[in-house]
Design a binder for this molecule. Sequence first.
Ligand SMILES: [Zn+2]
Length: 460
Amino acid sequence: MKKVLNISLLEQILVFLGLFTVMSYCFQINKVNSSPFESIKDHVPIKRPVNLFNLEESVGTIFNLTQKVGAKPVSTVQETNLRKDENLSSALKRINFKKYHVNNIIKSISILKNGNKILSSLPVGMIIKYSIPSNLTGGALKLNYTKTKDIFVWQDVKKNYKSQIFLRPTRIEETLIKGVIRNNLYVSALKSGIPENTILEMISLLGFSIDFQREIRSGDSFEVLFTKKIDILSDLVTQTKPIKYVSMNLSGNKINFFNYEDKFGSAQYYDENGKSSKRTIMKTPINGARLSSRYGNRKHPILGYTKMHRGLDFAAPLGTPIFAAGDGIIEKAGWNGSYGKYIRIRHTGTYKTAYAHLSGFFKNIKVGKRVLQGKIIGYVGSTGRSTGPHLHYEVIKNDIQVNPMRIKLPAGKNISKADINDYKSHIGKIIKQKIALEKSNRDNKLAINNHNIKKILTVN
Ligand SMILES: [Zn+2]
């Protein structure tokens, strides 16, 4: 009995050793094949848009890869998009990859890290660049499956399919954009080239101090300083960091805010004197809405007779998120007669805000829950006595509705005396950076005018 056990133990060890040898051999082969990453990176241009354009040729890219990894040479590279209700396998069949190749391509991707997960979540519309295998040439694919990553698939000289994920090269760019408002801030900011994320940030950050409906005039201007990450191959912005500095010039009245991280790591915005950008209650607890009815006497759209309108109406598409106008506690969340689905938040001892005609509440919104300013609490709807999707917003002071546009709102927490010197030197640095960017923007403009350079942007 003992002998038998020993033999089987020995066998197990031998099998294990054998497996280990095979595995480490495989691993080494993989390593050899995974080396092209660095080489590909060497080919990424970082100097001029002209070079960028040359290297953006997709054929060049798959071609470069096959050269680098010593793959079977490819012929023509074609392009298609992943269609709705299609997976990679059916897409490859559609573009005439034979079953044998499809199976091996899928297998080579599935053994990548998270390979199966990637295969099951490829985005509709994804660009597939491909070369169909023939007797003389190898099959190859390039899948731009996320904003930041590509998968390359190729056949090695033994015709085995290999796959690898590549990070798309990016560069960080500090950006200063200035613009003039023609009709509204959102559209003008978008036209001036500010990414949408950053615009929404601007709006929610300035929303405490500016009444976008009444205070903005055509000809007012804005500037914003932020950091963006750019995909070198496509020249598209893939990520933006929080705004560093934003400024609005409203008929000569300047409002500036700077991002500053306190010693607890919480980043907030303050003006040049260290006064917080936050007010205890926002005047406009919604983005992208139009003020459709003001506070005061009006002819009621449903009842027909003149009635005091004790709030503001913001017309917005169904489902538009509604934000808590200030930090506070949910006092009511539910049906409230003609108000329809309704939320009321208690803020300070004096103020409450109410939101009516909602289509629904944000998850976990219920009585007693603490909410933070600017966080979503519900969505625009048309419940209760309402003619169409809008938010009816009320500010309640000492249990009486008041005109939200008229209230003087106390500010959020300002920079403390102890931190003010650090804060001033921090904003000094931001201003220096802004001045440097202004200069380089001017130089660029000059260069563009002088040489009449045409910027050609293509998506790889
Ligand atoms: Zn109303």
